[in-house]
Write a protein that binds this ligand. Structure first.
Ligand SMILES: *[C@@H]1O[C@H](CO)[C@@H](O)[C@H](O)[C@H]1NC(C)=O
Ligand SMILES: *[C@@H]1O[C@H](CO)[C@@H](O)[C@H](O)[C@H]1NC(C)=O
Ligand SMILES: *[C@@H]1O[C@H](CO)[C@@H](O)[C@H](O)[C@H]1NC(C)=O
Ligand SMILES: *[C@@H]1O[C@H](CO)[C@@H](O)[C@H](O)[C@H]1NC(C)=O
Length: 376
């Protein structure tokens, strides 16, 4: 029954055919393997949102369908099929990001040994009679598609699988997967007026959410600026970590505010990251969701300034209605290349929760807000 429903849908949408062309189906045959890979190669314009593959076999065998949704990593527009010495008909119902739906059918014929022919079927629609009678319609399966992703330094075997998630539940230890950065930010390069500390007042879980909060510090003679368990270990560490004994000349190293910064214990390479967050509102707050490497290369997933209104020298609005993302490359410390792109909104991004996404591939990084790509 379900099958006939979607066929009706396709027919009604076929009328509005647009310029989008379904790419020619690619078929991979390996020696001595009766199973083939059939895939739709995607061009750089990333127009495909989803693909429904529908396979019909010779004889009495029930048809098979497989639905593939928007890619995370790897090549999702592929299915594995049994060809053997026979013939298959594969139809691909392709939905684009422009809401076009296009259907294309192909006949795949085994040519023996390790080759097969692929031929587009111009006037072919999947036959519905047999599928309605077919009770044992095979459902969607998960394939292991190769990937270039790494997790904790090790290659991942299958693409599209969840590697890590954190939900900050109320009754869990919030720091199982994280460590605090503990150091002052008052010095170079950005002279930020905060110390990152590991204190309940600045980082805590409440209502199943992680809260990061900036508080006014009151470092002085009664409460010397000294960060126990400081994570900064270089030579000038007393300036960034403080001193146990109060000294008047040292006052200039006392940060006026405390805040928190967390780093995941896990490491990743080539992956998709989704972070649901509500950015803070308040003048000169500068929250950052970032992936960074040991040599301080970074992918900035999202930065939204806390200011309600703020303009740069050229009068561009750079406050909380502007969302920044980009990448920073440190050329072994000699030079910094920074690439930044932005999206604008009528509303401060901090007024609501949003999903901030980065899709890090080998040759590109895509940035999204609430599922919409705004930068590459
Ligand atoms: C099919 O083969 C080509 C060429 O060897 C390869 O680049 C591609 O990744 C293969 N596709 C799949 C889905 O295995
Ligand atoms: C395909 O046909 C050849 C020769 O007719 C036969 O040897 C082989 O076993 C067949 N392969 C399959 C998968 O049916
Ligand atoms: C596609 O359809 C969805 C839901 O109907 C709509 O929100 C979206 O704006 C459409 N996109 C385009 C590009 O027309
Ligand atoms: C510093 O580390 C020790 C040992 O892990 C711990 O007992 C102590 O509470 C830490 N101090 C602060 C201020 O975090």
């Amino acid at each position: 029954m379900e099958m006939s429903l979607w066929l009706a849908l396709i027919l009604s949408q076929l009328i509005g055919l647009d310029s989008f062309q379904v790419p020619q189906l690619l078929v991979n045959v390996t020696e001595n393997d009766p199973w083939i890979w059939a895939s739709l190669p995607e061009k750089e314009d990333h127009r495909i949102r989803s693909v429904l593959f529908y396979t019909e076999y010779e004889g009495e065998k029930c048809p098979f369908y497989d639905y593939r949704l928007e890619p995370s990593i790897g090549h999702p527009w592929a299915i594995r099929e049994y060809l053997g010495n026979g013939t298959l008909k594969i139809s691909a119902v392709v939905e684009t990001h422009q809401n076009e739906t296009v259907i294309e059918s192909f006949r795949i014929r085994s040519l023996g040994e390790n080759s097969a022919s692929v031929e587009p079927l111009r006037k072919f629609l999947p036959s519905s009679e047999k599928s309605i009678d077919c009770e044992k319609l095979r459902s969607s399966t998960k394939y292991c598609l190769p990937t270039i992703s790494h997790h904790r330094g090790k290659p991942i075997s299958c693409s599209g699988r969840l590697l890590f998630s954190e939900s900050f539940g109320d009754n869990e230890n919030p720091w199982t997967n994280w460590k605090h950065v503990v150091q002052s930010q008052l010095l170079e390069p950005h002279y930020e007026g905060v110390a990152f500390v590991n204190r309940k007042a600045n980082s805590y879980v409440e209502n199943n959410m992680l809260h990061l909060k900036v508080t006014k510090s009151n470092y002085g003679s009664k409460y010397p600026f000294y960060l126990e368990n400081c994570t900064y270990t270089k030579r000038d560490s007393n300036q960034r970590c403080g001193e146990k004994k109060y000294r008047l000349p040292f006052r200039k190293f006392m940060p006026p505010f405390d805040s928190a910064k967390l780093i995941s214990l896990d490491t990743f390479k080539y992956c998709r990251i989704d972070i649901e967050a509500k950015m803070p509102i308040g003048d000169f707050l500068f929250p950052g969701l970032t992936l960074s490497s040991v040599n301080r290369d970074a992918i900035r997933i999202a930065i939204v300034r806390g200011n309600k209104k703020l303009t740069d020298f050229a009068s561009n609005e750079i406050g909380g209605r502007t969302l920044y993302a980009g990448a920073i490359l440190n050329d072994y410390g000699t030079r910094t290349y920074e690439l930044e792109e932005f999206a604008s909104s009528d509303d401060h991004y901090g007024n609501d929760f949003h999903t901030y996404t980065a899709i890090w591939k080998e040759e590109s990084i895509n940035f999204k807000i609430d599922g919409r790509t705004f930068a590459q």
